[in-house]
Design a protein around this ligand. Sequence first.
Ligand SMILES: NC(=O)c1ccc[n+]([C@@H]2O[C@H](COP(=O)([O-])OP(=O)(O)OC[C@H]3O[C@@H](n4cnc5c(N)ncnc54)[C@H](OP(=O)(O)O)[C@@H]3O)[C@@H](O)[C@H]2O)c1
Length: 237
Amino acid sequence: MKKAIIIGSTSGIGLALGCKLLTEGWQVGFTGRRAGILEEISVRYSGAAFTEKLDVTNSDMPEKIIGTLIDKMEGCDLIVVSSGVGHINSELVIAPELATIDVNVVGFTHVALAAAKYFISQGHGHLVVISSIAANRGDSGAPAYGATKAYQSTYAQALRKVTAKSSPSITVTDIQPGFVDTEMVQGDVFWLQSIDKATNQIFMAINRRCRKVYITRRWRFIAWFMRHMPDFIWHKL
Ligand SMILES: NC(=O)c1ccc[n+]([C@@H]2O[C@H](COP(=O)([O-])OP(=O)(O)OC[C@H]3O[C@@H](n4cnc5c(N)ncnc54)[C@H](OP(=O)(O)O)[C@@H]3O)[C@@H](O)[C@H]2O)c1
């Protein structure tokens, strides 16, 4: 039986992907800060789901909790980093920027390193990073969010190179979703994708061991435009 741990799986993409993996016969370790939701998951999917409370900003915890889950599940083939926060901050207030960096950069790095080191030690495994389409270019609405997602994407690229030197059986996947219908997305946005469609495409990308995918696929065009649009147009949007 294949085994996965999803960091940030009490709601949204992480929770939906965890449930999808369970229906596909995987064992899944769920994590997040909301203990009540974790309790519900462990009761509902008793035997197949394992849960551990984890705040990724608590620097002592990510490596320890990932180790605890791996021991409980007696191994792990896949670790998905879906924990993340984003704050609209056109007013350029410092606190939300620092809070975003804390989770999406500092917490992310603890988790990604723990996962990479574990897979290097066992000689195989799959690390999946849920970054964002926002990684492609800095935007005015949420400066820290886009910058932290670019960090995650580049970090995944670096870990892909590090792990390739160690074993060809380790894969690092960068998933870049556009807008997905979760608690994180507020207000009117365009091309909002259902959580089911996004989850199915992420699951396919995992099975194919892709390096980088846009979710849904048509967001690759937006990514291209974001990267290539001249500043005089980008600054007007
Ligand atoms: N929805 C979108 O349109 C979209 C688009 C592109 C990328 N993404 C990315 O997809 C990922 C998942 O987001 P989502 O849309 O599914 O949002 P969500 O429903 O808000 O899920 C975020 C998850 O992160 C966890 N989390 C937040 N802070 C944490 C912390 N300090 N320690 C541990 N876990 C923490 C939350 O769990 P607890 O609150 O229980 O800790 C929750 O499980 C994020 O990285 C986000 O940036 C989302």
